[in-house]
Design a protein. Structure first.
Length: 136
């Protein structure tokens, strides 16, 4: 499996409600020094993020236009666009950036940020070859 495919699959695990409802799965996917900047600008550490994810309601995410940037031999940046629907907010469109670090033999997310954008900037037809749909 290529690194892009692998990191997309890990990112999608974080989009799935099954993973988001499991402290054990989140602890595997997020590094100990994980840091997130939320849409509000508030920052969260790993434990705060896990607590919020476990309490969140299920919602759907459609992710598109994945792009991978190699920052070093063991750190990759995954950038993509997402449409989130359901949960506590109305439909929201974002550009998301995640940093993944290879820890031993597996990858963990060390940083995440999503920036809200307008709908026109993100929406692609359903048949877009780069589109993936996952449920949270």
């Amino acid at each position: 499996m290529e690194i892009l495919e692998l990191l997309i699959s890990l990112e999608k695990k974080l989009h799935s409600f099954d993973s988001r409802a499991s402290r054990e799965k989140l602890n595997i996917l997020l590094s100990e020094d994980f840091h997130e900047i939320g849409a509000s600008g508030k920052t969260y550490g790993k434990n705060e993020t896990i607590d919020l994810l476990i309490k969140s309601k299920p919602y759907e995410i459609v992710a598109t236009d994945f792009e991978l940037k190699k920052l070093s031999s063991d750190i990759m940046q995954l950038i993509y666009k997402a449409k989130s629907k359901g949960g506590l907010t109305d439909t929201r469109y974002t550009v998301r950036s995640s940093l993944w670090k290879k820890n031993g033999h597996h990858w963990q997310m060390i940083f995440h940020q999503g920036t809200i954008i307008n709908e026109i900037s993100i929406y692609h037809p359903v048949n877009s070859p780069n589109e993936s749909k996952t449920e949270k």
